[in-house]
Write a protein that binds this ligand. Structure first.
Ligand SMILES: Cc1cc2nc3c(=O)[nH]c(=O)nc-3n(C[C@H](O)[C@H](O)[C@H](O)COP(=O)(O)OP(=O)(O)OC[C@H]3O[C@@H](n4cnc5c(N)ncnc54)[C@H](O)[C@@H]3O)c2cc1C
Length: 416
């Protein structure tokens, strides 16, 4: 039991917290990082690391991205397959980058969170100026004249002038101090299962999103894993799950039985772990992300993409931006809410266009006939296929998907 005092406390060492600590270190600001877990630890997730993860790692240190790419625990992902409600599949390769160049390296990876989060924490470990406290569960906090006083389960106290709150989807601080409540129409329920022996995984380790008609607007996924296994799961907005009384844990094996094409692929598959669930706080609504002496990061800030469910990249990006804001606060000796406002602005400038668009795309999935139509057309039209490939990188192009003119052009475009 001890009493610690620090300028910056990072609460949580998941991807958001780990990145915040690393960027603070890069800027020469000391911090304390606490996590209730001892790493390596599991986190319920699809385990897909998007291009944004790579982008943030590159901004920290390109050598770390190289290290990630070379690990046997990282599987390079070369494309995505969408399965429309009428079961027609559309595969989008990632071979070409947004500017039409052949890629030398896959833009994203799949890595079990047990491995990936530990990879980041390993980078944090042993850095001068970062005090990492694993197995340290914060049980309570109180505001005082100097910031916040945190008390851990073993009675250790940590007085912080500034706290970067990165304790995930069930953050008590985000709820009690920032007033972030679970709103079911901006929240998703998800379950994950690890399987071995799933057949029919495409060359290039494509991730697969199956928009099954029984699960719309949610989806079922199959993501290949480095050891030959697969991360299989499903996610659906919590308001739909409640209204339809869907028990996701039961629904996952049921769906596999109900759809013959899945049944065939899982006929020799075996579950290697329990089916586990966790919440996804979606970034489909703008919320305040900072206040006196604190900044919210990642899931604690509800920044998950409402269409894809991707949250690791946004957690890391917000961790980076929070560290930059915290550095300014420490240098200026200012921790008041007004001084933290540029953090909210930086997050929304960078993320709001894509979060807003993803929210619209989430609603588009409510029109299965439209989804079927786009997939069918794209499979017969090379130009459209290439456009969709580039859309994954270019937010302005993706924006075309919500405009009626896009569908008129599709209707009248010929085969190429
Ligand atoms: C089913 C499912 C599938 C998903 N699939 C994907 C995917 O494929 N790709 C993707 O990009 N995103 C995916 N996500 C989202 C992704 O998992 C999260 O967005 C991401 O983990 C957020 O990172 P974080 O650092 O904010 O929080 P977390 O990763 O949750 O880390 C929070 C940390 O805080 C610690 N902590 C919590 N409370 C305390 C406390 N009181 N004291 C001390 N420490 C504490 C925890 O131990 C944990 O280590 C998925 C989520 C779910 C639920």
């Amino acid at each position: 039991m001890s009493a610690i005092s620090t300028d910056v406390l990072v609460l949580g060492a998941g991807p958001g917290g780990a990145m915040a600590a690393l960027f603070l270190h890069k800027e020469g600001v000391d911090c304390v990082v606490v996590d209730k877990a001892v790493f390596p630890r599991d986190k319920i997730c699809g385990d897909a690391l998007s291009g944004k993860v790579v982008e943030v790692l590159n901004r920290y240190d390109r050598a770390l991205t190289d290290k990630l790419a070379l690990r046997k625990e990282s599987l390079p992902c070369w494309g995505v397959t969408f399965v429309a409600p009428d079961l027609e599949a559309l595969s989008i390769p990632f071979q070409l980058s947004g500017n039409g160049q052949e890629r030398e390296r896959a833009p994203g990876f799949i890595s079990r969170r047990m491995d990936f989060d530990n990879f980041l924490v390993d980078e944090v470990r042993g850095k001068d100026g970062i005090r990492l406290m694993e197995g340290c569960e914060i049980k309570s906090f109180e505001r005082n004249a100097d910031g916040y006083l945190f008390t851990a389960a073993d009675g250790t106290t940590i007085q912080a002038r500034m706290v970067i709150v990165a304790d995930g989807a069930h953050s008590r601080f985000a709820k009690e101090v920032a007033g972030i409540e679970v709103e079911k129409e901006h929240y998703c329920a998800g379950v994950r299962a690890y399987y071995e022996g799933v057949e029919g995984i495409a060359d290039g380790n494509y991730i697969e999103l199956h928009f099954l008609k029984d699960l719309l607007p949610g989806y079922f996924w199959i993501f290949p894993l480095p050891d030959g296994g697969a991360n299989v799961g499903l996610g659906i907005r919590s308001d739909y799950a409640s209204k339809r009384r869907i028990n996701l844990r039961k629904e996952l094996p049921e769906l596999i039985k109900r759809y013959p094409q899945l049944q065939e692929r899982f006929k020799n598959a075996r579950l290697t772990d329990e089916i586990r669930g966790y919440g996804l706080p979606l970034g489909s609504k703008k919320r305040p992300l900072s206040g006196d002496h604190y900044l919210l990061v990642g899931d604690a800030a509800s920044l998950i993409d409402p269409f894809t469910g991707e949250g690791i990249g946004n957690a890391m990006l917000s961790g980076m931006l929070a560290a930059q804001q915290a550095v300014k606060a420490v240098q200026a000796g200012r921790f008041d809410a007004a001084f933290q406002q540029p953090y909210d602005q930086a997050i929304f400038r960078r993320l709001w266009p894509e979060l807003k668009l993803s929210y619209r795309m989430q609603r588009l999935v409510n029109y299965p006939w439209l989804f079927n139509f786009v997939v069918r057309k794209a499979n017969r039209n090379r130009v459209l296929r290439e456009t969709i490939t580039v859309m994954f990188e270019d937010i302005d192009l993706r924006d075309r998907l919500r405009k009626p003119s896009f569908y008129f052009q599709l209707l009248f475009s010929g085969k190429t």
